[in-house]
Write a protein that binds this ligand. Structure first.
Ligand code: AMP
Length: 540
């Protein structure tokens, strides 16, 4: 007969993270860029006190456990306080992506039933446009002091965050409840149909944050200073705002300044050792650093994900600047990181180019997540590094059902990701494409990601996108859309010749279009739908 374990049964709650940080790492810095420019500096003890003040204020506004609080905000210290105050009170922290189109933003705020929305002054014009369409929102709280809170014409119930919390006591009895309670809500940035909400439980977030801190993943400890560029409005900033206080790492929040100069200045002045963000941000930073002949004097590691990290950019970081790139994969539905690639000791013996190729894959699943790839009938494919199929995931921090959906999103207990991947015998996974982006040419698949990576290997290429365009004979054929680096000359024949040496002959794109910029969506990813629409008739 099974024996019941005889240990305490304490729920995994987000309020415990900030209280632990206050008690054990109370003097550790949190540095935050204010929306109006200057740096703000305090520590985890003060962060916890202000989170408790906010929890009192929200209760004073009549919000109850289960109520939803929205945010339209940058990565900054007030947003951090809200992460703990809202979820810690048993309420739902609904982070909104400010780059959603206003109708979608209105949709998610109403669907989530937000009663209060916290916003940064940058987004005051957005609030002005949406407020009248969000009747449930009783208070719009500007994450600033009174002086930096703009009046918003037509929106009466705007209050400054500092005015809201100032009169409140800095003690609060965090409620204790089931760890499976909803803590945070984030909507997918779906390109078709309405965005779908993923309601993360306290348990999912705490377990993911713990898994992320281990040395071969994000690797956080009291000796590290971490700067998450990955936004707090999208998949919980990969849970770094929870993981850093959990282990007493210094936390640097960049606010709205995400340009190369702003980021480089902050990385250097705050002696950041670990950063995290999407490849497009790092492209901008790298260009700035190269053009100005700068170095990274403290940053040793950067964590990338959200889209595939090209091997060429990995090489620039590693060889030019001695910065290790670690590449993770996850999606809104997986709370934060689900798979992660770090070099093993054996990998480090390999030639540099092979090491970069290893890092360009999306890595092994973290403990707590299982992965497999399946064919169209749902049969599990071999882990041979070549069999491609849909990636399926399951685990402690993977969605079961979308918010307010009537049925589960799972297939036989696994979540179908919509990504096409291969898995090697050793467990390393590689994303080959999104199911909607893979190019179906003559019954075979061409990976748009592999082609983009190959094109980005050319020294004159700044950005690349490959889309499948309808073709009368082959069903679809690849079109390559390129942005040249400033001052570089590159012509179609040259890039096609370059690609012919690197990919199978039938993969070489049928045409190349040069553009000044590519459309980038709210989460830093190149948007392929408008490209497909614009060039859809090219091969007809
Ligand atoms: P989102 O839910 O907006 O975060 O988007 C999740 C999707 O981004 C995944 O399903 C992948 O298609 C893509 N993605 C995330 N990380 C990576 C990565 N490291 N490499 C390639 N694609 C990625």
């Amino acid at each position: 007969m099974l024996q019941p374990g005889l240990m305490m049964d304490r729920p995994l709650l987000i309020s415990d993270i900030i209280e632990h940080a206050a008690a054990q790492y109370g003097d550790v810095d949190v540095v935050s860029r204010e929306t109006h420019g200057p740096l703000f500096r305090y520590n985890y003890a003060r962060c916890a006190r202000r989170a408790r003040q906010l929890a009192n204020a929200l209760a004073g506004l009549g919000l109850k456990p289960g109520s939803a609080v929205g945010s339209i905000a940058w990565n900054n210290h007030r947003h951090l306080e809200a992460y703990f105050a809202v979820s810690g009170s048993g309420m739902v922290m609904h982070t909104c992506n400010p780059r959603l189109a206003p109708p979608q933003l209105i949709y998610v705020i109403n669907h989530a039933e937000d009663e209060v929305v916290l916003f940064d002054a940058t987004f005051a014009p957005l609030v002005k446009g949406i407020a009248e369409h969000c009747p449930r929102v009783r208070h719009w709280v500007c994450l600033a002091d009174a002086e930096n809170t703009p009046a918003i014409e037509g929106v009466a119930n705007v209050v400054a965050y500092e005015d809201l919390i100032a009169p409140q006591p800095d003690s609060f009895d965090w409620p204790v409840f089931d760890e499976r309670t909803g803590a945070a809500l984030c909507y997918t940035s779906g390109t078709t149909g309405h965005p779908k909400g993923v309601l993360y439980s306290h348990r999912a977030i705490v377990l993911n944050a713990m898994a992320g801190t281990v040395p071969h993943v994000i690797g956080l400890s009291p000796s590290e200073t971490v700067l998450p560029v990955v936004p707090m409005f999208h998949i919980n900033a990969w849970c770094i705002p929870y993981a850093a206080p959990m282990v007493g790492a210094r936390l640097v929040l960049p606010g709205p300044r995400l340009d190369g100069a702003g980021l480089h200045g902050l990385l250097e002045s705050e002696k950041v050792t670990v950063s995290a963000g999407v490849p497009t941000i790092w492209l901008g930073l790298m260009q700035y650093v190269e053009q100005n002949g700068l170095r990274f004097t403290t940053m040793r590691r950067t964590i990338v994900g959200g889209t595939a990290m090209p091997a060429a950019l990995i090489a620039r970081f590693a060889e030019g600047y001695d910065v290790e790139v670690r590449h993770g994969w996850g999606m809104t539905e997986t709370t934060a990181v689900a798979t992660f690639g770090a070099l093993t000791p054996a990998d480090r013996e390999k030639p540099a180019a092979e090491q970069h190729a290893v890092v360009a894959r999306q890595g092994k699943s973290l403990y707590g997540v299982d992965i497999k790839v399946v064919d169209e009938q749902g049969n599990t494919l071999p882990r041979d590094g070549v069999s491609q199929g849909e990636l399926m995931v399951r685990g402690h921090w993977i969605v079961d059902r979308y918010y307010k959906a009537e049925s589960s999103a799972l297939r036989d207990g696994w979540f179908p990701t919509g990504d096409i991947a291969t898995i090697e015998p050793g467990g390393r996974m590689q994303i080959r494409d999104r199911t909607k982006d893979v190019i179906k040419s003559g019954g075979e698949w061409i990976s748009s990601i592999d082609l983009e990576n190959a094109a980005l290997g050319h020294p004159a290429v700044a950005m690349a996108a490959v889309v499948g365009i309808k073709h009368p004979k082959w069903d679809e054929r690849p079109l390559l859309i390129l942005v040249r680096k400033p001052g570089q000359a590159l012509e179609k024949d040259q890039i096609l010749a370059f690609l012919s040496e690197r990919v199978a002959k039938w993969w070489v794109p049928d045409d190349v279009v040069f553009v000044d910029s590519l459309p980038v969506g709210g989460t830093g990813k190149v948007q392929k739908t408008p490209l497909r629409e614009q060039y859809g008739n090219l091969f007809r």
